[in-house]
Design a protein around this ligand. Structure first.
Ligand code: BGC
Length: 370
């Protein structure tokens, strides 16, 4: 009933606005980021899916996978992308609520910034599933569907330890640089700290040395996970600390968009032995780099699995049953532990990409052709 009233109120406001010449366009997301338009309330089966941006490959896949699977399960989907703009994401979520959505699935741009929209969802009794990124400091969040983010970092760290055979390094030292993602994304705490938990003994022993001295998570963060910013920072590092024949042995990059920036910087400004370079997501450009030898590994997170798990959660919420969770300890969003389902990440290299990515139908051979 409350929802019906809210809908009526919104419609009245919309008509009132257009009657006095108010422009709807100002509020609309940029055209290329706009999702499907939901014309009217869908009679109780509308799911709002808010994605951060179309700029990065993975969110397009996440959004499309979820939409397809939700529709196959009989739901109507309002899928929106927000061009990495927080006010746009807030207004998209408000519109989803006004349109009568029953469940919200949100991959936030900034996990701290959705306050008012979430309060509204809570007031309307709409469950919120945080998708991939945890929404922080809001008691409106009901569930969290993600990958085991700590394990993503651990796998990157373990890859480095093995590739450099750090356990048998003796007196040998290796130069390492770090890069992670957006400081407003809670995931960086898991990716970066998970990797460092594995590397720490070798950092303490002096086996891993960081010539730039840029080792703090906040210092090595990258706004919006942007490839350009990653490239610019590494061009700077290479020009400042690696000009006198100093070798760069390894770069811990938390994901593929930042690894791509590092690879671009290496291509333009580095002539030493190519370093080990980690990543995450198996974006097409990065898999191509792995095949070309300019990235060492990525961590594959099959977005089809995450979408499927999220659809199960939505379906359970719609039907009044218990959504699947497999972790009730790890993810405290500041208001308490959020029951979570963690999917398993898998290391991808030249050794297993065929089976993992092509045979599984995630990509075709043609997608990966250079
Ligand atoms: C996701 C990563 C992704 C990054 C940038 C993170 O929250 O977990 O898979 O690479 O955002 O989009």
């Amino acid at each position: 009933m409350k929802k019906l009233l809210a809908l009526l109120l919104t419609l009245t406001m919309v008509f009132a606005l257009s009657a006095c010449g108010g422009s709807q366009e100002e509020e609309a997301p940029p055209a290329e980021e706009g999702g499907e338009t939901v014309e009217e309330s869908s009679g109780g089966n509308l799911v709002g899916v808010a994605m951060p941006t179309k700029d990065l490959q993975r969110w397009n896949q996440d959004g499309e996978n979820m939409k397809a699977q939700l529709e196959a399960a009989g739901y109507t989907v309002d899928l929106q992308y927000a061009a990495n703009d927080i006010p746009t994401q807030v207004s998209q979520i408000e519109n989803m609520i006004a349109n009568g959505c029953e469940v919200l699935v949100i991959a936030s741009i900034d996990g701290e910034a959705l306050g008012t929209a979430l309060d509204q969802a809570k007031a309307e009794g709409i469950p919120v599933i945080a998708y991939d990124r945890l929404i922080m400091n809001s008691d409106a969040v009901s569930y969290y569907a993600t990958f085991d983010n700590w394990n993503v970092g651990v796998k990157q760290g373990e890859y480095i330890v093995e590739a450099l055979d750090l356990a048998n390094a003796g007196d040998k030292t290796y130069n390492i640089e770090y890069i992670t993602g957006d400081p407003g994304d809670n995931n960086i705490n898991f990716f970066f700290d998970g990797a460092i938990s594995v590397l720490q003994p070798y950092i303490d022993a002096g086996t891993l040395v960081c010539p730039s001295g840029q080792t703090e998570k906040q210092t090595v963060a990258t706004a919006n996970w942007a490839t350009d910013a990653a490239q610019a920072r590494f061009e700077n590092i290479l020009a400042s600390y690696y000009t006198d024949g100093t070798q760069l042995d390894v770069v811990l990059a938390s994901n593929d968009s930042t690894a791509l920036g590092v690879a671009n910087a290496l291509a333009s400004s580095y002539t030493g032995n190519y370093p080990i370079l980690t990543g995450q997501d198996c974006d097409v450009a990065n898999v191509k780099n792995i095949l070309a030898g300019t990235q060492s590994m990525s961590v594959f997170k099959d977005t089809r699995d995450l979408a499927a798990k999220t659809v199960e959660m939505v379906d359970a919420l719609m039907k009044g049953s218990e959504p699947p969770v497999n972790d009730t300890e790890t993810y405290d969003n500041g208001t308490g532990i959020i029951p979570s389902y963690l999917c398993e990440p898998v290391v991808c290299t030249t050794e297993n990409y065929q089976e993992l990515l092509v045979d599984s139908g995630y990509y075709t051979e043609a997608d990966l052709a250079s």
